[in-house]
Design a binder for this molecule. Structure first.
Ligand SMILES: [Mg+2]
Length: 430
C-alpha cells in the first residue's frame, strides 16, 4: 500500500459561503469585496463568466456591476471563518492526517489501496464521495486533487478545478504516465515557483511542469539550492515536503485595519488602538498565550507623497500579560507618542510580541503580583470573552474603545452572521 496526498480546496470560497447563507443568490453573479469595500476578492462562477476581474477596485467597476445585476457583498469574515472550521472538521474524518493550509484549503494523507492487477488503485470514487459529503453537509463546492506529493496534489487540484471533464476530482497518482498533464501545466502555475524563478525557467526554455521535472538537477541546485531540488523531487513523485499537522505556536499576533476615513484626532486614534488591542488580547487568550512586548504602529496614506508619515513605538512589559487592561495601559501612552496633529492617518495597528504559553509565568522582582488579584483578573477576562462569544463580539468592551467609531471599517453590504450569532439565525415558518 502506498500513501497518497490530497489537496481539498474550496471553489470561490467567500462567494460560496454567501450562497450557503442566502440561497436566493445561487446561480446569480456575486462578488465579495475586501476590507473597506475596496477590491473584489471573490467571485461566483457566474461573475467570473461575465469577465469581472479579480482584485480590481470596486469603485471602478460599480456601474458595470450594476448593469449586469451583480450582487455585491462586504466580506463577512465571521461567517467565512466559521464555515472554514466546519469544513476542516469534516475533512479531518476523511483523511489520516490533515494540514490546514489556508481558510479554504487543506492537505491530507491517506493510504492508496492497490488495484487487483497490483497497480496503484484509483481514488477518484473516494474523492467524489468526499465532495458530495461536503456539498450535502455544508453546501460548499470543493475541488479534490490527489497525487503522490504535495506539489503534485496542488497541480492535480488545479486540473480538477479547471477541466470540466474531471467533475471536480483528479487523481494524478492513478495514471500510468502523468507526463501529458504536467506538460499542460505552465511553469508559472507550479506551486512554489515565484515570478523570478519562472522567468529564469522561461529563459532556459522550460515552459511547463514536465520540463522542470526533467531538467538537470545540478542547474536547478545552482540557481535555488535545496529548495529547487525538493520541488523537482516532488514533481517526480518523491515526497519531500511533510504535512504540518499542528500549527507552530505563534510568535506574534497582529491586528491592524485601514480606516474608512482619515483619522486626525487623538481621541479617535486612541479608540481605534484600544479596539484593535482588545481584539488582539482576546486572540492571545484563545491561543493560551501571554505577550512580553507590544508595538503600536500608524501611517498616513501612501499617496500623501512628501508628507507621508509612518511610525511605530514598542514597550516591553515587566510581566508578560494577556490582560486587556494591562496591555491598554502600555499601548495608550505609545499611541500618544505617535500622534501628530497635522498628519491624517489611514491605517494603524497593534502587534503583540514575545508570545509565550500562559502556563509559564516568569515572575519579576520589580513587579510584584498578588496571586489572588491575578486570579481575579483572569476570571474577569474569561467572563468578558464568554459574553462576547455568546452574544456577539463587542457586547462587553473597554470604554477606551469608544461607542460610535466613525473610523470603523466600511462594510456597507454585509450579509448576516447566521452561523455565529443566535439573533441572526434564520426563522423558518412551517
Ligand atoms: Mg480556494
Amino acid at each position: 500500500m502506498t500513501r497518497a496526498t490530497v489537496l481539498i480546496d474550496g471553489n470561490n470560497f467567500y462567494a460560496s459561503c454567501e450562497a450557503v447563507l442566502d440561497p436566493s443568490v445561487i446561480g446569480r453573479p456575486l462578488v465579495v469585496l475586501s476590507n473597506n469595500d475596496g477590491c473584489i476578492v471573490s467571485r461566483s462562477a457566474e461573475a467570473r463568466a461575465l469577465g469581472i476581474p479579480m482584485g480590481s477596485p470596486y469603485f471602478k467597476l460599480r456601474q458595470q456591476l450594476q448593469r449586469h445585476g451583480v450582487i455585491v457583498r462586504s466580506s463577512n469574515y465571521g461567517l467565512y471563518a466559521d464555515m472554514s472550521q466546519r469544513l476542516m472538521a469534516t475533512l479531518e474524518v476523511w483523511v489520516e492526517e490533515l494540514e490546514i493550509y489556508s481558510i479554504d484549503e487543506a492537505f491530507g494523507l491517506l493510504h492508496r489501496p492497490a488495484a487487483t492487477n497490483g497497480q496503484p488503485g484509483d481514488l477518484r470514487d473516494w474523492g467524489q464521495r468526499l465532495r458530495q459529503r461536503v456539498r450535502r453537509d455544508l453546501g460548499l463546492p470543493v475541488a479534490v486533487g490527489i497525487a503522490p506529493t504535495k506539489v503534485l496534489a496542488k497541480l492535480a487540484n488545479r486540473i480538477a478545478k479547471r477541466d470540466p471533464l474531471q467533475g471536480g476530482v483528479f487523481d494524478l497518482g492513478a495514471l500510468d504516465d502523468p507526463s501529458p498533464w504536467l506538460e499542460a501545466t505552465a511553469v508559472e502555475d507550479v506551486w512554489g515557483i515565484g515570478r523570478q524563478l519562472s522567468r529564469w525557467c522561461r529563459l532556459r526554455g522550460i515552459a511547463h511542469a514536465r520540463a522542470l521535472r526533467d531538467m538537470p538537477p545540478g542547474e536547478l541546485r545552482r540557481r535555488c539550492g535545496v529548495v529547487g531540488l525538493r520541488l523537482q523531487q516532488e514533481l517526480q513523485g518523491h515526497p519531500c515536503l511533510p504535512l504540518v499537522s499542528l500549527p507552530p505556536a505563534k510568535q506574534e499576533t497582529c491586528v491592524s485595519r485601514s480606516f474608512s476615513q482619515p483619522v486626525t484626532s487623538l481621541v479617535e486614534l486612541r479608540q481605534a488602538i484600544a479596539t484593535y488591542l482588545s481584539r488582539a488580547a482576546e486572540k492571545l487568550r484563545r491561543q493560551r498565550q501571554r505577550a512580553g512586548a507590544i508595538t503600536v504602529f500608524v501611517r498616513s496614506s501612501p499617496f500623501d507623497g512628501s508628507s507621508f508619515y509612518s511610525n511605530a513605538a514598542t514597550a516591553v512589559l515587566l510581566l508578560p500579560s494577556n490582560d486587556t487592561g494591562v496591555l491598554l495601559a502600555a499601548a495608550l501612552p505609545l499611541t500618544d507618542s505617535l500622534y501628530r496633529r497635522h498628519k491624517p492617518l489611514q491605517k494603524a495597528g497593534v502587534l503583540l510580541q514575545q508570545l509565550q504559553p500562559d502556563s509559564l509565568l516568569q515572575y519579576h522582582l520589580l513587579a510584584p503580583l498578588e496571586p489572588q488579584q491575578q486570579r481575579r483578573r483572569e476570571v474577569l477576562m474569561a467572563t468578558v470573552d464568554g459574553l462576547n462569544r455568546r452574544f456577539g463580539s463587542g457586547t462587553v468592551q473597554w470604554a477606551a474603545c469608544g461607542l460610535q467609531p466613525v473610523w470603523a471599517m466600511r462594510r456597507s453590504r454585509l450579509s448576516r452572521a447566521a452561523t455565529t450569532r443566535l439573533s441572526e439565525v434564520p426563522l423558518v415558518r412551517a
